[in-house]
Design a protein around this ligand. Sequence first.
Ligand code: NAD
Ligand code: TYD
Length: 371
Amino acid sequence: MEKYKTILVTGGAGFIGSNFVKYMLSQHPETTIVNLDALTYAGNLENLTDIEDNPNHIFVKGDICDQDLIPKLFKEYDFDAVVNFAAESHVDRSIENPGIFVSTNVEGTQNLLDNAKKQWTTGKDEEGFPTYRDGVKYLQVSTDEVYGALGKTGMFTETTPLAPNSPYSASKASADLFVRAYHNTFHLPVNITRCSNNYGPYQFPEKLIPLMISNVLELRDLPIYGDGMQIRDWLHVKDHCSGIDTVLQTGKMGEVYNIGGNNEKANIEIINLIMENVKKHLSEGHVEGVNTQPDQITDDLKIHVEDRLGHDRRYAIDNTKITSQLGWEPSYTFENGIAETIDWYLNNLDWMENVKSGGYQEYYDKMYSKK
Ligand code: NAD
Ligand code: TYD
């Protein structure tokens, strides 16, 4: 018997959320997933076409901040778990427009917490704390960026003090503090996961890896922020999904778990690797419908642009807690994961084209407006 009958997954039309919904449907065939997504620019129903007809997947278009819709969904579906991915997720956008990061990432999280608390409360214990139905859990998907930036050495552990530097990471840290407070004040059963940079299929091409793949193919400039020596700790999205599932199934209530794969790379290394890999595919004639010639991919494409304001220099995750206490291990090496990811983008040029042209935004009207 599955531990959870019905799970509310928010943000499940985005990059990690869509991978997670598919992962859960394959791993837990008796669990129903209600996928709530506002379909912002980052939400793409084309990420979910292969599970469109799966009766255990119910898509709802809506906003996690909506104070009428969320209680209605809790009543209608009687969730026994919530996994919150819904967020504004891009640091550069948070520098341009911080306000939306506060409403979605902070207020939206608080709205979900409040409804989980109301719906799951069964009474009070002798100290006056709420008591909850057995087997319920709220899981907040957070980021290592809440810990701030590292120097040349050291790693983030779960006890590293929060020191967010961007409006994005400040909003994620604020959300984490609300989750912590709901556990402390109301004993709500919660976990928080904090993950390093993800890569893999279906990532919106505003983020480093898909953006560089797309630009190399089109012989566009490859914008390197500052000196390109900033370090990120890369994790394949499927390993992130298995890590979240592990915490959902076995995480100790109230605990935070870092999820990372020990793959620190400088941005410039990633860009060089993408250029080499795409060049190899083009020389072997593996990419259909692209006119770019391999010898056109040269270092001239790389341009150093003005650095991101407040740019965090290095992130690195210490994953000892989740590996030693919950037995989770990443399954991908970076070398295999990145090669598979580049292959995926090269084999899914239509997906990329639809995202870049905005065509994917018509998908909802076409597929769902009559349902
Ligand atoms: P994404 O931007 O690809 O997807 C976010 C999804 O949330 C989109 O489908 C969007 O439509 C939806 N959404 C936005 N606002 C909403 C709202 N108000 N109500 C309902 N849905 C809304 O992001 P992602 O990269 O998949 O990240 C998912 C989560 O994981 C985020 O919480 C992010 O902070 C966290 N995270 C991401 C990474 C990473 O490397 N991408 C690393 C660590 C943690
Ligand atoms: P990004 O994918 O935006 O993730 P995050 O900022 O959450 O780590 O960026 C990853 C790194 O790549 C970050 O150091 C910024 C850098 N970067 C560039 O150098 N050029 C680009 O065009 C982008 C999008 C990112």
